[in-house]
Design a protein around this ligand. Structure first.
Ligand code: GLN
Length: 387
């Protein structure tokens, strides 16, 4: 009789990705999994063609294409204020998700604790369980998703090994302030904790907010694992090109895990991703403009329909309160995908279950990473059939 490993009991498969499957089956508009429905920049498409011509069909070295790592190091210096050596302090991974997995697996011993701000992006908890670590949840403040200093400090123990920091934050769109980053940095330094950052939405940021990388704060250089990737910024979520940057000693462990987990990210796509660095400032400002327009449209339209949206300062999700509809998030999401033809993610998949039901079950998450026409069609469907 087949018995799965005990550590699998702590989690289920991703609800986000399950909702995508349900969207396909129900021919619904997919506003669940965060992925664009428009083309990536032409430079990247040309990059693939050139990479094919260069016959990049075999494994890259496990740490990643060197030219790509060099470009990433320049970007980390210029945009993030992080100085790392492409030779031994950057590894290209299969998406930021693999970067997070390899990082957690490389530092946790059984029973080590990991601080996870709640709500959280789904991947952090399962991988902590797979590493036989213990997730310690710190709920962000209900009003504005800011950090509750007291709650955070309460969860720090001798067993705290790592803290995961995701800014801009999925699902709330919160962008952590310099004061909050400084607080996290001080706690990490005082308690010898490693910070793992998920900065995948670092360029998708609105209203003049600024992205701050925890690894750029003095004293954090040797204890921060900085993770980002190309998926969201360049609309290539299916390429699976992400990266991890960390000081040499930390990177040694991460590379060991990465080597056996995935060997390398796809070589052709690594080569093509180098082209992303040819894109000028205008590309990034247009991207933000596009998403800001989507954000404003979706927020206004959803509020008119009875949702209460939280206006995100970054990323491309709208966490929306559904208390007006007097139903649980999971039932509501199911109803929307089956009866309205619109797929969203139930909010409870960003919380652990022991929490206050009122908070946990009162949200659904809409992605606005799509074309505006797609969002308009989704709103049309909701209007037609909600009223
Ligand atoms: N980050 C995306 C989301 O929250 C999903 C990414 C993934 O499925 N790997 O929808």
């Amino acid at each position: 009789m087949l018995k799965f490993a005990k550590k699998l009991e702590g989690f289920e498969e991703s609800t986000i990705r399950e909702m995508t499957r349900k969207a396909i089956v129900n021919q619904a508009i997919n506003l669940s999994q965060g992925m664009p429905d428009f083309e990536p920049p032409q430079e990247l498409i040309e990059g693939i063609i050139e990479a094919i011509e260069k016959k990049e069909h075999q494994y890259s070295i496990t740490y990643g294409n060197y030219n790509l790592r060099e470009k990433i190091s320049e970007k980390l210096r210029g945009y993030n204020g992080i100085e790392v050596d492409p030779e031994d302090e950057i590894t290209v991974c299969c998406g930021a998700s693999e970067g997070i997995s390899s990082s957690i697996l490389s530092i946790l011993n059984p029973a080590d604790e990991v601080i996870i701000f709640e709500p959280w992006y789904e991947n952090y908890t399962p991988i902590t369980h797979i590493a036989e670590g213990v997730p310690k949840y710190v709920q962000l403040k209900q009003e504005d998703f800011s950090i509750d200093e007291e709650k955070l400090k309460e969860e720090i123990t001798k067993k705290t090994k790592a803290i995961i920091v995701n800014s801009p934050h999925n699902p709330s769109g919160k962008v952590f302030s310099s004061k909050e980053m400084k607080l996290i940095a001080d706690i990490c330094i005082d308690n010898d904790i490693i910070a793992i950052t998920d900065e995948i939405y670092e360029y998708i940021i609105y209203d003049g907010e600024k992205h701050i990388s925890l690894g750029s704060i003095p004293g954090m250089e040797e204890r921060t694992i900085t993770i980002s990737g190309f998926s969201k910024t360049f609309s290539i979520t299916g390429w699976r090109i992400g990266y991890v940057a960390a000081e040499k000693k930390l990177m040694k462990g991460i590379r060991k895990v990465h080597d056996y987990l995935t060997v390398c990210a796809p070589s052709i796509l690594q080569e093509a991703a180098i082209k992303a660095f040819d894109l000028k400032d205008d590309y990034f400002s247009q991207l933000v403009k596009r998403y800001q327009k989507n954000r404003d449209y979706l927020s206004k339209s959803l509020n008119e329909l009875g949702f209460k949206t939280i206006i995100p300062k970054g990323a491309y999700y709208m966490f929306s309160d559904i208390s007006n509809f007097k139903t649980r998030d999971t039932d509501f999401a199911d109803f929307l995908v089956k009866n309205k033809g619109v797929a969203v993610v139930p909010g409870s998949s960003f919380y652990h279950t022991e929490n206050d039901e009122n908070i946990v079950c009162n949200y659904v998450r809409f992605s606005f990473s799509q074309k505006i026409e797609t969002l308009e069609e989704a709103i049309f469907r909701l209007k037609e059939r909600l009223l």
